[in-house]
Design a protein around this ligand. Structure first.
Ligand code: MN
Length: 712
């Protein structure tokens, strides 16, 4: 265990004349309070706060933070109190220790809402004082290093939490070393088999390539020196977890990974960064699409470096990072690299990474629903960022995977709501294109537009998602209420009255509705009868025989309704179509989905697509067929046929369908393996029993393995 004087010596190594009295007092107090307590490993408990303090001295933190680290478990685990700590160490230290005590419970929850609430508490404490996070991360690091003493299920839970919350937070403030170690330790417990496998591969590879990497480093260093650039070149092997993550995300096996090795060129000045880059690119061919300049545009966590990949001397890909010594410090220690204690100012506050983190937290904390908060946080706080520009050069930071739609909403909600297209770097591109670092995004707008609901599943930011949801709900409501007006006008007309919104306003209490809008929407949705509205305004009115019931049934005497599809319950002028993937036929139970701007699409009720709209009553429309035995129309359906892959097979299948009076509209084929072929066939049929008959006839042929219907 580290002695009292050793701790003071460590701090004195980077702070001139440190506050020794404070360090000594905190050391003795914590040691006495924890007394005989033991950790799960059997070590004296005090070894834990002491190690946490030691980790923070490696990060060169100030005496107060070190004292807080020593004291961080005293209120929670001993008879120490906030008041006592205030009296002995001052209110500021007391406040920080108490803040950490409250966070302890973060370790004990699993339910998502509860986790969200605790995460929020952690983030707010951090935005209050970043040192809470530094102590908390060091605390977690030491606990992870000594996790083996715990029960396996507990290990896994703590490791998962570390992976999901603490490692990304460390990354967010630029502490890459700490993040790497947290991830490696967690990976080991979360997926031990994969961990062992990756480690094995890496060791094998390191042995094999030992001389090659050394050769490349020296070669680079010499050549740079010849060019007059003083540089230190080192090689590094990717960390097991980042190797694993890459294999997972790209679906590759270990042998397919090309960039296990990276080289780092550390130079003296920013100018040298670019000179070294120029030299490297002249010497070796650069691999297109891999160049990133985080020197001129630093990452949000202050990270700076130039990244490039070249085709190296032995024709292998070589990943390079070029940075200055100072940038290197920031890359390894993040926020903690900003600590220099000369002028008495709080150096941590100068870090723009902390500023950004604090701002993000404040924005996140505005939402009042914990689950939404967690969703936004995971989206925006923990993902990597891309930086894009407005045509005027303003930088917009977005999570990786963001689209121009996200960009539009990040600039302003109105811009998002009116977005109809975009130019990326001057070229018209689909709005669902994934944005890349440095893209210039010019949003094309139309005030008439409202965002299609389908965008909701494409976007990457919480802001875009909730704005689209809101806008499309409003658009649907608007369509229904416009429809409501039209239905009322017609109904009033038939009743020999004139529709008048002012009179309707007066009749609201009789309809027990709060607003005109509510009434109109309900009429439009067919949830309220037009005759009830007439009666609310003209209590003496008697509905004429035949006018009872919903107004869509008046369609035979009223040819205004243009829907040619024989379906009831739609009641509007909106275009109606069948699902493009699989259609629908009489006999199916059907559901209509209203999409603003696109009209109504009819799906069989077992269609998988419906799940997307399940919780959203606003889109669903209750519809039913309106056909009889004399029906003269055919309806679209799609089937999938798995057949032997033999010459003439298509003709055989087509023949069966034709013999059974089906019309083939479209057909696609693919060979699955040599022996089998899959056909997707769109056919027009009279109804469900006709379709079933065709499927049955196909199924009994010896060439078919399987026939089924597709209803996407
Ligand atoms: Mn602790």
């Amino acid at each position: 265990m580290m002695r009292q004087y050793e701790l003071v010596e460590r701090v004195a190594g980077y702070i001139e004349n440190p506050n020794e009295a404070l360090l000594n007092q905190a050391y003795v107090y914590a040691m006495q309070k924890h007394g005989e307590q033991k950790r799960a490993s059997g070590d004296p408990y005090f070894s834990h706060p002491l190690e946490v303090a030691a980790i923070l001295t490696d990060l060169h933190l100030d005496e107060e933070t070190i004292a807080v680290a020593l004291l961080h478990d005293t209120i929670e685990d001993t008879d120490a109190t906030r008041r006592e700590i205030d009296e002995l160490f001052g209110e500021k230290i007391g406040h920080l220790v108490e803040g950490l005590t409250k966070l302890k419970r973060l370790d004990l929850v699993s339910a998502q809402a509860k986790q969200a609430e605790n995460l929020r508490r952690l983030l707010l404490a951090i935005s209050d004082d970043i040192r809470v996070l530094l102590v908390k991360l060091s605390d977690r690091l030491h606990n992870m290093r000594t996790l083996g003493a715990m029960r396996p299920d507990k290990c896994k839970r703590i490791a998962t939490e570390t992976m999901e919350i603490y490692a990304p937070l460390a990354g967010r403030i630029g502490m890459q070393d700490l993040r790497d170690e947290l991830e490696e330790l967690s990976f080991r417990y979360i997926n031990p088999e994969a961990y062992e496998a990756v480690i094995g591969h890496l060791e094998e590879l390191a042995e094999k390539n030992k001389s090659l990497t050394l050769e490349i480093s020296q070669n680079l260093e010499n050549k740079l020196a010849e060019a007059g650039i003083k540089a230190r070149v080192s090689s590094r092997q990717k960390k097991p977890y980042s190797v694993f993550r890459k294999m997972e995300s790209k679906g590759l096996n270990f042998e397919q990974l090309s960039d296990i090795y990276g080289f780092r060129i550390i130079v003296e000045t920013v100018e040298d960064c670019y000179r070294a880059l120029g030299f490297v690119h002249m010497e070796w061919a650069m691999v297109p699409g891999r160049f990133k300049d985080y020197v001129s545009v630093p990452k949000q966590n202050d990270y700076q470096s130039i990244h490039t990949t070249v085709v190296g001397p032995a024709r292998q890909r070589v990943e390079l990072q070029i940075r200055t010594e100072h940038m290197h410090g920031v890359a390894e220690y993040g926020i903690a690299a900003h600590t220099s204690y000369k002028d008495g100012e709080d150096p941590l506050l100068e870090s723009s990474a902390y500023e950004t983190l604090r701002k993000t937290i404040e924005q996140l904390a505005e939402g009042d629903n914990p689950e939404e908060f967690l969703e936004h946080t995971k989206l925006e706080l923990f993902l990597d960022q891309v930086f894009c520009f407005t045509p005027k050069g303003r930088i917009i930071a977005l999570p990786k995977g963001a689209t121009p739609i996200d960009f539009a909403y990040a600039v302003h909600t109105d811009i998002g709501n009116s977005c109809i297209g975009c130019k990326l770097n001057g070229k018209i591109m689909p709005v669902i294109t994934e944005l890349q670092n440095g893209d210039e995004v010019d949003i094309i707008r139309s005030e008439k537009q409202s965002p299609p609901a389908a965008w909701e599943s494409v976007v990457a930011t919480g802001k875009a998602r909730s704005s689209i949801r809101r806008a499309s709900r409003q658009a649907v409501r608007k369509q229904y209420s416009t429809l409501g007006v039209r239905i009322l006008e017609r109904a009033f007309d038939r009743a020999g009255k004139t529709y008048n919104s002012e009179l309707l306003e007066l009749a609201l209490p009789r309809l027990a509705r709060e607003s005109l809008e509510d009434v109109l929407t309900e009429v439009g949705r067919n949830e309220m009868r037009a005759e009830n509205v007439i009666m609310a305004i003209y209590p003496d009115y008697q509905a004429a025989e035949g006018d009872k019931g919903d107004l869509s049934e008046a369609k035979s005497k009223d040819d205004v309704i243009p829907n040619r599809i024989p379906i009831r319950g739609i009641n509007s002028d909106l275009p109606v179509q069948f699902s493009k993937d699989g259609g629908a036929v009489p006999g199916d139970n059907i559901v209509g989905i209203l999409v603003p701007g696109e009209g109504i699409t009819i799906y069989p009720s077992e269609s998988k697509t419906l799940a997307r709209f399940k919780d959203d009553g606003a889109h669903l429309i209750d519809v039913r067929w309106d056909v009889d035995e004399n029906n003269q129309e055919r309806f679209p359906a799609r089937i999938r046929v798995l057949v032997d892959n033999k010459p003439g097979i298509l003709a055989l299948v087509a023949e069966v369908i034709a013999q059974n009076d089906g019309n083939i509209q479209n057909l696609s084929m693919k060979v699955l393996v040599d022996e089998f072929m899959e056909m997707e066939i769109d056919i027009d049929v009279w109804g469900l029993s006709h379709l079933t008959q065709i499927i049955k006839q196909l199924s009994v042929k010896s060439i078919t393995t399987k026939v089924d219907r597709i209803t996407e």
